[in-house]
Design a protein. Structure first.
Length: 101
């Protein structure tokens, strides 16, 4: 099963199953992090030296791209009664305002 494509009916129906799957994935990631690549025959793969120096910039750019999208969404919609207003409603609302003097 690929959760990015479809969810098992159990995960759809039971929030606790989805929660446990998330924790299981985290435990798996921790377990992988404890493996010494050289001990399992992968010592010649990748570039472990300088990882943070290379990667932090990527993470910062990725985070900033999300903040840009959020800012665009915030500018393009207003919340009215707990819902986003469509662009057509915004245009109508703007047209109904008195002209600036």
């Amino acid at each position: 099963m690929n959760c990015a494509v479809e969810l098992s009916p159990v995960f759809v129906a039971e929030a606790e199953s989805r929660r446990e799957a998330g924790f299981a994935a985290a435990r798996g990631a921790v377990s992988l992090g404890e493996v010494d690549p050289a001990e399992v025959g992968f010592g010649n793969l990748g570039r472990p030296d300088g990882f943070l120096e290379r990667q932090v910039g990527v993470w910062v750019r990725e985070r900033d791209s999300y903040m840009e999208v959020s800012a665009i969404r915030a500018r393009s919609s207003r919340a009215v009664g707990g819902r986003a207003v469509t662009r057509a409603e915004q245009a109508t609302s703007f047209q109904d305002r008195p002209a600036a003097r």
